[in-house]
Design a protein around this ligand. Structure first.
Ligand SMILES: Cc1cc2nc3c(=O)[nH]c(=O)nc-3n(C[C@H](O)[C@H](O)[C@H](O)COP(=O)(O)OP(=O)(O)OC[C@H]3O[C@@H](n4cnc5c(N)ncnc54)[C@H](O)[C@@H]3O)c2cc1C
Ligand code: SF4
Ligand code: SF4
Length: 505
């Protein structure tokens, strides 16, 4: 099989070594899977050839964007992962739409559009890392859903490769939110909007849950662009809280907000996005995403308070994220959800973790039609008997945000050299030097890690311990050679030049 895959994608776009197999066995959920290989397509023709091969040979296929979903949707179960990270071109920007490949990262898209005075307003809190393909497959919402809705409202059409390799142009909205079980998205045309000239904020700290509900209800009718919430318990637990009480952050796309300095507005919104990982970093690793009717907000939050469960969320869209320490507590949330009549799955998809809670009924006939042999993302979304292997990683929460800053990942676009990949290798206590060679120790991952995992130090410590054991990593080998030959770690130094001048920028 591997030779056949190499014929389709080229040798450098097929990964089969231990590094790849480990790094791709996780996404941002707690689920651990296993795979035979990972492939990185460059275009739709390759994807089509690949699907023809897989359907002819009954090979299971697991699509993946940035692996930031929280329901195990991108975790493979003994098949081939198709990682769209290298199909990341913005193909065309017109006055009212943009055409992109699936691996384009939302933050990168937004930067390019902003240069032209435009915006793509769907902004999940994971926008630094998550991809257009993943967001379409999940029908992602985000911090501006109160005004702009979800991906469904912004996808004009898509190019999709079906299980038998057929390439199809799709305008059927049913493909949006199908979590990779109907077809592989290889291109998408998205609606865009004019970037608002102004964004201002009002931050309210509210003592009672009744006040929270009343404010949410009031703001929902006032045309705000974002209404974010952090609960009193979450604020109390967070290392960097956004307030002392229940906090509502209200964003206006005009001058109604009290905070008008654009830098401060950006800083507060970015700070709010870190609450999820801040909770995870102190052990609240389990997250749910119910969508609660506005008139039940106070009741829902009161039930969480009784159990001491911290929460935050996109209140304008009704999505509240309770955070828990143990998976067993999910049951409690399901009971509260049933009690208040909420939707158990608001924005994170069903994946493998939510199959017992909800079914996307409309997908059942479509799955039979488009993938009758069930080779696309099997074990996901639709009910079956599979029970996932749930594994807690201690090194970090695997959110994947560090992908956005690591220069090594950005150059090679494979999870096996990403900081997250290395977090997995540390967890697994791997001692083979090839796992640790690529990191430059630039510390960019630390600057963006919301849980302050200090991964660069962990990598450094791991290297140091290997060196003590006599294992020489490539960078270390070179430095030691230089020390032996030239008496310094930098190599031959030209007369009159200091090492600093030669090697520092
Ligand atoms: C810190 C953090 C904050 C988050 N905040 C939000 C939020 O505010 N709102 C929200 O909605 N979600 C949020 N999420 C969840 C997650 O980021 C979204 O679900 C996102 O859409 C996943 O995108 P991805 O590129 O990482 O996709 P992946 O996780 O790689 O994949 C998601 C699903 O899409 C499928 N898929 C991926 N690419 C393709 C393709 N080309 N064709 C077909 N199927 C494909 C996969 O098989 C999988 O089922 C958050 C996650 C984290 C870690
Ligand atoms: S190191 Fe930090 S940013 Fe990277 S995956 Fe782990 S928790 Fe996320
Ligand atoms: S310190 Fe290493 S892992 Fe972290 S961003 Fe830099 S190169 Fe990547």
């Amino acid at each position: 099989m591997i030779d056949d895959l190499m014929k389709i994608f080229g040798r450098s776009n097929v990964g089969v070594d231990k590094k790849d197999l480990l790094a791709y066995s996780f996404d941002a959920s707690d689920v651990e899977g296993s795979l035979l290989a990972v492939v990185w397509p460059q275009n739709a023709v390759q994807v089509s050839d690949f699907m023809k091969y897989c359907s002819g040979n009954n090979v299971k296929v697991f699509p993946r964007g940035a692996g930031t979903n929280l329901s195990g949707g991108a975790v493979p179960f003994k098949g081939v992962v198709i990682d769209f990270s290298r199909m990341n071109r913005i193909l065309e920007i017109s006055e009212d739409s943009v055409t992109v490949e699936p691996g384009v990262i939302l933050e990168d898209l937004e930067k390019r559009l902003n240069e032209k005075g435009k915006t793509f307003p769907i902004m999940p809190a994971s926008d630094k890392a998550c991809t257009v393909g993943g967001c379409i497959a999940e029908d992602s919402a985000g911090i501006r859903a109160i005004k702009y809705g979800t991906m469904k409202d912004w996808v004009l059409d898509m190019e999709v490769v079906l299980a038998d390799g057929k390439v199809m142009n799709v305008i059927d909205k049913n493909f949006i939110g199908s979590e990779g079980i109907l077809g592989l998205i290889t291109k998408a045309r998205l609606k865009i909007a004019n970037k608002p000239a102004l964004r201002t904020l009002t931050v309210s700290h509210l003592d009672t849950l009744e006040e929270v509900q009343a404010k949410v209800s009031q703001y929902s009718k006032e045309g705000v662009s974002s209404l974010e919430f952090v609960s009193r318990i979450a604020n109390k637990l967070a290392k960097k809280p956004v307030g002392g009480s229940n906090t509502l952050i209200v964003e206006f796309e005009d001058d109604r907000g009290e905070i008008k300095d654009p830098n401060k507005v950006k800083e507060i919104m970015e700070h709010r996005k870190t609450i999820s990982s801040q909770m995870a970093s102190i052990g609240y690793v389990v997250v749910e995403d119910p969508r609660v009717p506005v008139e039940k907000t106070a009741l829902f939050l009161e039930e969480l308070e009784k159990l001491g469960i911290p929460s935050y969320g996109h209140m304008g869209y009704g999505v509240i994220h309770p955070r828990m320490k143990e998976s067993s507590q999910r049951k409690k949330i399901a009971e509260i959800v049933a009690k208040v009549g909420a939707n158990p799955v608001g924005e994170h998809g069903i994946g493998v973790l939510k199959k017992a809670l909800k079914t996307k009924e409309w997908l059942i006939p479509l799955k039979k039609r488009y993938d009758p042999n069930n080779i696309l993302n099997p074990g996901k979304v639709l009910p079956d008997k599979d029970v996932p292997n749930v594994e807690k990683i201690d090194v970090c929460v695997l959110c994947g945000m560090c992908r956005s800053r690591c220069p090594v990942f950005k150059a090679l676009l494979t999870e096996s050299v990403s900081p997250r990949g290395m977090a997995i290798y540390i967890e697994k206590n791997l001692s083979d030097k090839v796992f640790w060679e690529k990191c430059t120790q630039c510390r960019a991952c630390d600057s963006v890690c919301p849980m302050d995992a200090q991964l660069s130090k962990k990598i450094r410590d791991k290297r140091a311990s290997l060196i003590k054991q006599g294992v020489e990593t490539e960078p270390n080998k070179k430095m030691m050679e230089n020390v032996r030959k030239h008496g310094n770690p930098f190599g031959k130094i030209e007369e009159g030049k200091s090492p600093k001048e030669l090697y520092c920028c």
